[in-house]
Design a protein around this ligand. Sequence first.
Ligand code: 5GP
Length: 215
Amino acid sequence: MISRRGILFIVSGPSGAGKTTLSDAALRTFEEGLELSVSCTTRAPRPGERDGVEYHFVSEAGFDEMVASNALGEWALVHGYRYGTPRAPIEKAIAEGRDILLDIDVQGAEQIKLVYPDSVSVFLLPPDRATLEARLRGRGTDDEATVLRRLRNACREIASAPAYDFIVVNTDRDDAIKQFVSILRGQRARTRHMTQEGLRELVASFGEPAAAETA
Ligand code: 5GP
């Protein structure tokens, strides 16, 4: 295998676009070669969520401390709560040649692109407006004002899609998974993610041109 740095993949999109489905499929496909970044958040855990698995659940003071000590690679206010990406696991993954996937919002993606210009961003979209609305309505238990607020937020996020490196429209689940996995696989073959040393070694392993001529 050619020596390379780990790639930082960002996935964003409105809720219901299928970010979790695609991330899970990619994690199963690439196994130890890809890990999911576990964000910190000030929001309370939902039923079934475990601290350190879905998120690191922290207090407002705990979050302040992480911001002050520069422990976060980015952070943003989303739906009234703060969310941030711990910097250490990102740096470790990149250095060790493992890829890392960040499921973050558009504000976070913008910051990560500035700090890590080699990161690769993917925006995930539902097939159309009607599907977006149906998915945001969920089980139909939320009041109209809540649904409209979600819809407004989703449309605001979608307006940032053109700034992403890739857009995947999730019309068919299996097709979307294939596209997403292909994007990740393609990036792994890019020379810009390989190390200079790895590239030199690769070329050298085929021998000197002079040796080939005399063979
Ligand atoms: P939820 O609370 O429903 O799990 O996530 C709400 C939103 O926060 C999602 O759009 C998700 O992508 C975003 N989010 C989760 N973790 C982070 C993070 O570390 N940074 C930023 N900027 N957004 C995040």
